[in-house]
Design a protein around this ligand. Structure first.
Ligand SMILES: [Zn+2]
Length: 404
């Protein structure tokens, strides 16, 4: 029995791409790796409705369907190699047949296919069910080694890898994934390659966590939501992992009027604030002790929301201050409570101060859990200092001591 290999040359953005890369030897190699035999016949699907259906080769053998995503052959973007995989995942998910597999095939490629960013992407793909059928063929002595060739084993591992790869690439303005004490939160960009990464984050969160998943769609510039096929995939996985789940496929464009009309406006406001802090400061990490456990880290307002509400500003201005990325820092629950109770203070230079009105025992405890005596310089923007000034207006910092 011959395998049937189908592909759509007109489904690609680059003309003649498939004719050039899908040589007999490549097709034969795919056939052997998928079906363990080398006989195949090719069916070319010449329909051309809509491009960008993923770099998909479809192999049918023994009543089984095999979806094979092809890598890019040249570097034309940091993650173009991965871009097509979520599209094919969406097609795979929409296929109701039970005998099907999802595969990734590397074409011959120049350059490093194993940058930290790409390794992160491969692990994401493995987490959502991709099998890499020839990854060993593209490793070469000059490329970084992909030693940890397995799916993420937990959401914490995923978040930690994300933190590391983002540190190396600070300009990488993409989606965020984090946790609260009760939910996984995904702040999903909807443009370019980021929208596909958002889909992978959402599905990985279902696979790896029992916590409810909150998906917030970040819309910037021209309004756009996640692609319908991505949402359909996410809904499909929601069905497979039936714990509580929310899609806020709404614009977190941070328009107060729009938010007010949402049934969940308080929650969305909090989400805006979290998203802004993630964008400006980075992943959750307590500014006073360095704790990085996302479940117990919160956005702490510098100029408190209660004071903002009492001000004479317009509603739109109040909303802007309450959600501003400069009006806050990450604090663990202990430090947040100590800060909000005015036991700990910050001054405009970022020094951390302790109230004088405290017992020695409690002072010893607070000093022992507070690693830093000043805030990181990156926090101390002009706007941040203005918020500190507003906060401290009603407080008496002469009755404080420097924390040591
Ligand atoms: Zn802390």
């Amino acid at each position: 029995m011959k395998a049937k290999i189908t592909y759509r040359p007109n489904g690609q953005k680059t003309p003649n791409l498939f004719r050039n890369v899908l040589t007999d030897s490549v097709l034969k190699d795919i056939c052997i790796r998928i079906t363990n035999q080398e006989e195949y016949e090719v069916h070319i699907d010449n329909t051309s409705n809509g491009i960008n259906k993923g770099r998909l080769v479809f192999v049918e053998y023994n009543d089984e369907k095999h979806y094979v995503t092809l890598s890019e052959t040249k570097d034309d973007g940091r993650n173009s190699t991965l871009q097509s995989a979520p599209t094919v995942l969406n097609l795979f998910t929409a296929d109701s047949s039970t005998k099907k597999t999802l595969n990734f095939y590397f074409l011959k490629h120049e350059g490093n296919l194993f940058t930290p960013y790409l390794q992160f992407g491969y692990k994401l793909l493995m987490t959502v069910g991709y099998k890499f059928i020839n990854i060993e063929c593209v490793e070469n002595p000059n490329s970084a080694k992909f030693t940890d060739r397995k799916p993420f084993s937990s959401l914490d591992e995923l978040i930690n890898w994300r933190r590391i790869t983002k540190k190396r690439n600070r300009s990488n303005n993409s989606s965020y994934i984090t946790k609260t004490e009760s939910a996984v939160q995904i702040y999903a960009k909807t443009y370019g390659a980021s929208k596909y990464e958002s889909t992978l984050f959402a599905i990985s969160a279902f696979v790896l966590s029992d916590m409810p998943v909150e998906l917030y769609t970040i819309v910037e510039g021209r309004l756009k939501n996640l692609p319908k096929s991505s949402l359909a995939s996410i809904m499909h996985y929601k069905g497979m992992f039936p714990h509580a789940f929310e899609i806020h496929n709404t614009t977190l464009s941070f328009d107060r009027n729009k938010l007010d009309s949402e049934p969940d406006s308080i929650k969305l406001r909090a989400a805006c604030y979290t998203y802004n802090l993630l964008s400006r400061i980075g992943p959750k990490k307590c500014a006073l002790c360095g704790c990085e456990i996302p479940e117990i880290i919160q956005g702490a307002h510098i100029w408190p929301v209660a004071d903002i509400k009492k001000s004479s500003l317009t509603d739109a201005e109040k909303f802007g201050h309450a959600t501003s990325s400069h009006n806050g820092m990450w604090l663990c629950q202990n430090h947040h409570k100590l800060f909000d109770s005015n036991i700990l203070f910050v001054d405009e230079d970022g020094h951390i101060k302790l109230t004088n009105n405290i017992t020695d025992t409690n002072k010893i405890f607070i000093v022992s859990i507070t690693k830093n005596d000043t805030l990181s310089k990156t926090l101390l923007s002009h706007e941040f200092k203005e918020y500190v000034k507003s906060r401290n207006q009603s407080l008496d910092l002469t009755k404080t001591q420097i924390i040591k």
